[in-house]
Design a protein. Sequence first.
Length: 294
Amino acid sequence: MICPHCKSDDTIKRGNRDGKQRYRCNTCKTWFSEKQYNSKAKILLFDIETTPLLVHTWNLYPKFIPIGQIVEDWNIICWSAKWLYDDEVLSACQTPEEAVNRDDKRVTKELWKLLDEADILIAHNLVDFDLKKANSKFLLHGLIPPSPFQMIDTLKIARSQFKMTSNKLDYLCKILGLNVKLPTTFDLWKGCLAGDPKSLNKMSTYCNQDTSILEDLYLKLRPWIKSHPNIALYYENTENRCGNCGSENINAITKKYYTPAGKYQVYRCLDCNSLTRSRQADKREKQLNRSLAR
């Protein structure tokens, strides 16, 4: 069994607990269960690659390029996506003819279908780049908005929770000991613009790698995501589940969580290491607050 946290295959099968087969990873020392691979929430990780604009300019350091100097606008070369914990990487890339004609209608429609199916979207710079770029093409190609989904932007998580030297995907993966991006140069983009089949194939492979390492980064960051969508809500039994991964393998810790209104029990998830709290405050604490209010 492959560890969902660090992708190591150095795992040991342990006993069953509540009907779930349990495993222990010898690499990252975490516990996980087979049930993690059957999350009720449809969580999609994705990445897109776009072309640069073709413009006229008189110098190498333009402060502003007027709209009238745009020769060709940007378009989507390819996209890559995968469902969380799924081994299959989905993708779509322009054909040589589409690349030369800057025609991304087909790949855009295929991307729309996936986003429409997802409950939760994950990308690095999702809010300010990937989603806005995708939405722009949806609008231009006459597509309606995809059905609602929640969002996790790993770039925003990295910026809000840490102070790393760089928050770029490749840098974060490198310093965390994960797989990194494939090396590229601008020649790859020029080859794609020219419709070169080898360049388009390499770009698709490059995009697929970005999606794979994005999953690794997300799993590393997940315990630190305080505003993570509540995965427990996607199960019929929402009680006693981890809000970040949906696991029932949680243990109460000694420390409590206090708010002005009450005291809550805190739990540690033994599968993803996230912290969660009880949905209701301690009853005795509630009674005390009521009596003090009187």
